[in-house]
Design a protein around this ligand. Structure first.
Ligand SMILES: [Zn+2]
Length: 375
């Protein structure tokens, strides 16, 4: 008998919802459409595309995204209120996330209600959504700080009332991967509901936590391009996909070669340019200067590159500077049409290092040629 097929992991990208929720970030409708189109073309399965309860303009933009006829399923974010879900229905989406605060901290200090009230809200909102044939993800806001037994109780209600999945939110980004794994594993063992993991980067663990959630049995992962999102952001799409591939041997059907294009588009639209050292998509993450590394890469890129830069749409840069060695200088000269045999390479290397120390930066091609003439 064949081994049972592993369930497919689905990326639910929330750049257009949690990403836009970042303080000070606003996307125009044109930008939203371009981001949605590009995410769709890369093969992302689901796009969380807005909050209809915010008002008419948001609803119009969601309707425009619906009208694009994308392959990806569009899902909206809603409070557990019939009026919110009604607004989503009017936008024409077929899927909703119904979000509820599930930690006692939120229930007592934010909602000023009780656990019983939360259960009742869930039943009412979910019942309404299912009567309208919506696909429903129940979102557990602040699930990371919730009592696991209460969470399980909510999941059982959700399952009994016909919910399609449950989103475990580490809303404040306070959990570590080991705890996320335990929490999601606990739920996965006890319900048949599909699970989703939603992580934040406040302690720099959003991507690691997303992977831990997947390992524990979550089939859906929330991401944003560049990790944009509330406070320190969410798990970055490009990091999650590449980490699943290279750290967890799980390859998704996603065209990663467009990640840099996507990253720059969102970087510009959000007014948050991507740092050169940003994991996976930063312009300089495949730049090599130090003598040993550059020499190793020239011999075989696999020596110092975990994957081919082209895989995400980047290029390799061999940089000449204070840490450079002979091999890199010779290689660069050759690329610039100068026969290294005609150059006193050791002397040139001295000058390159000296120049770089003085200028506190690497040496450009033009400067290299000038140094070469002077040497
Ligand atoms: Zn969030």
């Amino acid at each position: 008998m064949d081994a049972p097929e592993k369930p497919r992991i689905v990326i639910d990208d929330t750049t257009l919802r949690d990403g836009e929720q970042t303080a000070g970030v606003v996307f125009s409708l044109e930008e939203k459409k371009r981001i949605a189109r590009l995410l769709d073309e890369t093969g992302v399965g689901e796009l969380e595309c807005g909050i209809p309860a915010m008002g008419k303009e948001e609803q119009r933009s969601i309707r425009c995204l619906v009208d694009m006829g994308l392959r990806a399923r569009l899902i909206t974010w809603n409070r557990a209120l019939v009026s919110d879900i009604q607004a989503s229905l009017e936008c024409g989406v077929a899927a909703v996330d119904i979000s509820l605060s599930v930690s006692d901290i939120h229930i007592e200090n934010k909602l000023r209600k009780s656990r019983a009230w939360v259960k009742e809200q869930l039943r009412r909102a979910l019942g309404f959504a299912k009567r309208h044939d919506l696909y429903v993800c129940v979102g557990g806001e602040d699930a990371g700080r919730a009592d696991p037994a209460f969470l399980l109780e909510l999941l059982r209600i959700a399952e009994a009332e016909g919910a399609d999945r449950f989103r475990f939110c580490d809303t404040l980004g306070l959990l570590d991967p080991f705890t996320i794994y335990e929490r999601i594993h606990y739920l996965a063992q006890r319900t048949g509901l599909d699970l989703e993991v939603h992580t934040h980067n406040d302690l720099g663990m959003a991507t690691a936590n997303a992977l831990a959630g997947v390992r524990a049995g979550a089939r859906f992962v929330n991401t944003t391009v560049n990790g944009l999102g509330e406070r320190a952001g969410n798990a970055a799409l490009e990091e999650v996909v590449m980490a699943l591939k290279y750290a967890c041997a799980t390859e998704l059907e996603i065209d990663t070669s467009r990640f840099v294009e996507l990253s720059r588009l969102v970087g510009t639209a959000s007014g948050r340019p991507v740092p050169e050292w940003k994991a996976v998509v930063g312009e300089r993450v495949f730049a090599h200067e130090s003598g040993l590394h550059a020499d190793g890469v020239l011999k075989n890129p696999k020596n110092y590159e975990g994957f081919d830069p082209k895989e995400v749409g980047l290029q390799r840069h061999l940089v000449l500077g204070k840490h450079s060695g002979r091999h890199a200088v010779q290689e660069r000269l050759q690329q610039l049409g100068v026969d290294p045999a005609t150059v006193a390479v050791d002397r040139l290397l001295e000058r390159v290092r000296h120049f770089s120390r003085q200028q506190k930066r690497s040496v450009t091609d033009r400067e290299l040629l000038e140094l070469c003439r002077a040497a």
